[in-house]
Design a binder for this molecule. Structure first.
Ligand code: GCO
Ligand code: MG
Length: 402
């Protein structure tokens, strides 16, 4: 089966998405997500200028060989642009292979390990009271696991809260919006959120929290300890994980489970964290990790060390990424949880999908392939808009981790 053409489709139904579509001489096609939030056009250029010309005429069934050709062949390895481009191609090729086999992708991976996959969603508020209300609303929708984020008194626009949440299209800013941060204010306010949420909703709900890379290891250790009474499902991205060894210190001080990895691009970014069991959940996901082939390897590697999966699934992962990821989740022996922040209705229309959500559980569906497509005609109605993620500063103006 030969690759005859590859298209890169860019659309913005509320936020920007980059989609790869691979056509073959057998009439089968596959689609993959290659979206890199805030840097979308860099991936488009990488694909169109450098990757696609090398793939026309190749055998679409040789996924592993193509992955290594693109990864090793470029010489310049890793990095989000490269790995999102590889992910788009790789995911589309797995879609084609599963369609050719007349199977849903999870069957090709080894079959289902479970009936459905546990999802967590987001609750947020500008303060604790608002966030508690939002948790109640999410539980009312049937979710069993909720990530709780609150604004901090005295700080404007804190990550993941209020009207500027990155999960809404308000994140589509023509220039990067500025948020503010104070670690002391954060550390003294946030435990009160979980105290209130546990008091209100009891022990049965899974609670998660995302620190978005802002603390030092010793600060993260303190937060982990302070949150121990509330038995979090996980504390996410408590520090910037470029310095993987930093997790040794956090680990020595707290029994709060730790998750990290949404900004990692390869298995090597997570190697030490997994080998030393410094984390409980690996957050990598299909689009940023280099596709289904790469994620399967990460999941298997993590399983060896009792690390479970908790794949990134914010709205900037397109429904194609989520769909492909759900096949991996259904299969992975070491599945933990899947993030699901939901999509704007226009996004769901552009990307018709077989996956479904019911009572807080997701399932990839039994359509052949990965079960997600793109409506190209509709996509054309939503042209690309330049958009940035926010940047973050300390109160004295110092640029900080966002
Ligand atoms: C999460 C993430 C996201 C990211 C976003 C960046 O845990 O869902 O932190 O909200 O900030 O995906 O594009
Ligand atoms: Mg996160």
């Amino acid at each position: 089966m030969k690759i005859t053409d590859i298209k890169v489709i860019v659309c913005s139904p509320g936020r920007n998405f980059v989609t790869v579509k691979i056509m073959t001489d057998q009439g089968l096609y596959g689609v993959g997500d290659a979206t890199l939030n805030g840097r979308e056009k860099a991936v488009v250029a990488y694909l169109e200028e450098h990757v696609i010309p090398c793939l026309i005429g190749r055998d679409a069934s040789r996924i592993e060989e193509i992955w290594n050709y693109l990864y090793r062949g470029a010489y310049w390895r890793r990095g989000p642009v490269t790995m999102c481009a590889i992910a788009g191609i790789d995911t589309a090729l797995w879609d084609i292979k599963a369609k050719a086999a007349n199977m849903p992708l999870y069957q090709l991976l080894g079959g289902a390990s479970r009936e459905h996959v546990l999802a967590y969603t987001h609750a947020q508020g500008t303060d604790i009271a608002e966030c508690v209300d939002a948790v109640g609303a999410r539980l009312g929708e049937g979710f069993k696991a909720v990530r709780c984020q609150t604004g901090i008194p005295g700080l404007r626009d804190v990550y993941g809260t209020g009207k500027y949440s990155v999960t809404t299209n308000a994140a589509q800013d023509a220039m990067p919006r500025e948020e503010s941060w104070s670690t002391p204010k954060y550390l003294s306010y946030v435990p009160g959120l979980f105290d209130r949420v546990r008091a209100e909703f009891g022990e049965d709900v899974h609670l998660l929290h995302d620190t978005h890379h802002r603390l030092t290891p010793i600060e993260a250790a303190r937060l982990g300890k302070d949150l121990e009474p509330y038995r979090l499902f996980w504390l996410e991205d408590s520090v910037a994980a470029e310095h993987q060894e930093g997790f040794r210190l956090i680990r020595q001080h707290t029994t709060t489970p730790l998750a990290v990895g949404e900004v990692f691009n390869t298995i090597w970014d997570a190697r030490l964290l997994i080998e030393e069991q410094l984390i409980d959940y690996i957050r990598m996901t299909v689009v940023h990790a280099g596709g289904v082939s790469a994620m399967r390897r990460v999941m298997d590697f993590a399983a060896v060390y009792n690390v479970r999966t908790g794949c990134h699934g914010a709205m900037d992962m397109s429904p194609i990424c989520l769909g492909a990821n759900l096949h991996l989740d259904l299969w992975a022996p070491n599945f933990g949880i899947q993030e699901y922040s939901g999509y704007l209705p226009e996004i769901e229309e552009v990307f018709p999908h077989a996956w479904s959500l019911s009572e807080g559980m997701l399932h990839p569906g039994d359509a052949i392939g990965h079960g997600v497509d793109i409506d190209e005609k509709l996509a054309k109605k939503y042209p690309y808009q330049r958009a940035y993620l926010p940047v973050n500063r300390l109160e004295d103006g110092t640029p900080w981790h966002w």
